[in-house]
Write a protein that binds this ligand. Sequence first.
Ligand code: FES
Length: 569
Amino acid sequence: MTNDRRNRAWYGMLDKDGFIRRSWMKNQGFPDHAFDGRPVIGICNTWSELTPCNSGLRELAEGVKRGVWEAGGFPVEFPVMSLGETQMKPTAMLFRNLLAMDVEESIRAYGMDGVVLLGGCDKTTPGQLMGAASVDLPTIVVSSGPMLNGKWKGRDLGSGTDVRKFAMDVKAGDMTLKDFMATEAGMSRSKGVCMTMGTASTMSSLTEAMGLALPMNGSLPAVDARRMALAHLTGKRIVEMVEEDVKLSDVVTKESFENAILANAALGGSTNAVIHLLALAGRVGIDLTLEDFEIGGEIPLLVNCMPSGKYLMEDFCYAGGVPVVLKELSAKIRPANTVMSKDISTYYEDAECFNRDVIFAYDDPLKPAAGLRVLRGNLAPNGAIVKPSAASDHLLEHEAEAYVFETIEDLKANIDRDDLPVDENTILVLKNCGPKGYPGMPEVGDMPVPAKLVKKGVRDIIRVSDARMSGTAFGTVILHVAPEATAGGPLALVQTGDRIRISAKGGVLELLVSDAEMAERHAAWTPPDPHYTRGYAKMYVDHVLQADQGADLDFLVGKDTRPVTRESH
Ligand code: FES
């Protein structure tokens, strides 16, 4: 056994400190040889009944343990904060960085040599990766996996996407409330994350594309026995990674981030990937900026999954999953390492597509040039983004008058007023929903289409805000405007009746108001009162970075890999 492993500083000493740590662990029935210097593998679990998307992670942890024992390691499972996207108020994103702190400090404080991250629901994957990156041990992700396809009256239902469509249908009088309520249980038929290409499946697919998980981690359904086998194989591999000393920073490079950006475009993946990849890059020390996302702009949409298409993650898995997408992109994919210590090309060289209506060929795509677009201009000096694959083509080049909601409360109180002075050309603007403003930058950027327009058959309208939107959402929605309104960005100065120009192709988001008028408005502007004045939320508001920097906390950027030398007793 190697004597220089990290765990030896916890369990290797034949003195009082070593005795105390081993002895207390032995109250769980672990034998002497568990402490003989073999790799200690932390299994970082975000299981929680309040995070239904991660409710299968207890079983998967057992699968990882089987593999760790088989390979001669010692698995130790530990809980970290869980973030249930659909359950938390004001927004799970407020707590992504708190989870990252929990993960970082738990890994650093305990005597493990490598870590397997068990996450799934939207913020759990990036939160865990960010925290792990700041300690930089050998690390692999195992994701929850998507729910089975939703079913109702013989048709498929996609979580998140269809509930938004049905809510609009009810508003328009095209669906009864009884039917709406009946779809509720049919939408969530098994454990797992949203089975649309929402943020959770986007992030688990991107961990695969970045080589941070084993092949097929992105798409295997949560209840598919092969996911349990994947967990077992991950347990085996993490022990080998410790033996080979392959750290997270040996896997993640600028090229792997570029591969994630390319894959996200082809997947029709979530806009939230932008903010999470930027934050992760900051932890690893890789210079990634919004400009780097422009390589995705020309990539065609290949995956026909909601919200950009019509199928669901189960169909994507059976069609061949992420390996087929990477194979289609192979002329663009950069050479990059993986947790298998092999190039990413080994993940897809044998891939085969089993359904071309689900995964299209690069030369015959579902939609050309559909990757996320970065917009700039005097309304977003530090950038904003739009997702053309989920937008209406005719609105991507547009100029019109703005109608402004100052806060989320203003929007909720007025959006469905019959006398709201808007038509299908109006650009809706929502302020004070950014990282500091809400706080936590919630998924409210896809404001509801006003009822008076829905009744006329309008299903999309341009919306601009400093908020995010759910990965399951759709529409011509301009998000992540930076700097945000609450931080005094130009978004704060927009008034109803101002004209705004948008060009997705040209990368433009412009407020057609003179500089002199803007300066006058800025001089009269005062920041809104903060909603939270104590605890974590206050620390978050005081330290959160803007969207173009990943909305991490300023003092968490980077890593600290020094050994912990001071003792607790
Ligand atoms: Fe948890 Fe969609 S709400 S994955």
